[in-house]
Design a protein around this ligand. Sequence first.
Ligand SMILES: [Zn+2]
Length: 251
Amino acid sequence: MRSLAHIICSLLLLCGVSHAQRKTAIFMADGFDFPVGKPDGEGYYKARGYTPNGHLGEDWNGRGGGDTDLGAPVYSTAHGLVLFAKNYYHGWGNVVIIRHAYQEGGQTKFVDSLYGHLDQIHVRYGQHVKRGQQVGTIGTGGGLYPAHLHFEMRKDIRVGMARHAFPKDDSVYWSGTDFINARRKLAPSAATVLAPIDTFSAATGKAETISPEGGFVLPTPKPSSPSAPGSTVPGRYDDLRKMLEEQKKSK
Ligand SMILES: [Zn+2]
């Protein structure tokens, strides 16, 4: 028989309410840039755009075509905190997800950016990054695709790698280009804000078998996990302090 506590926990999860919500201070975005050819996407084109219930991100390709952009730098679209940085296989390859806070209409809002099929990951879970900081390099998703960046912007910050558990439409996703173009320069009222960090759905254990590019992809067996998530304290105070000092110096 299920205990009362167990039932209450289940109800809380159903409502999407976390009973142990951790928060950490992150930099407020001072604007959003394009993730390749920074800051304006120069030298790149959108090979495929965002379509609700279809392709939930944008595919960015080098103008040289083919694999000419393999290994080219991928940048964080804005200041933020890395909440996912590892190989997810299943048609994704190396993935980085970054949480951003921004101000709009007098409110603080959050958005997650996702960078998929990376050749290399240059950031770690819990790391603070600045707008335009390199987070990795353009890859092929482990040889599955011609080299390109799969880029998503999520207005629902619970998605993580559990896209199957959420509507695949405008209630959850932004068109990345539209979102960025509308917010190139922002003037936040504060340098930092407290952001929730444990929001990703508990459903992440069930991996998607439909790749972000739409095709069916057989799951690649995972090798033994090199480092457990949580081995680094998310949003370490020292990182943030160092970055604030650097920001002060550069002014
Ligand atoms: Zn894609």
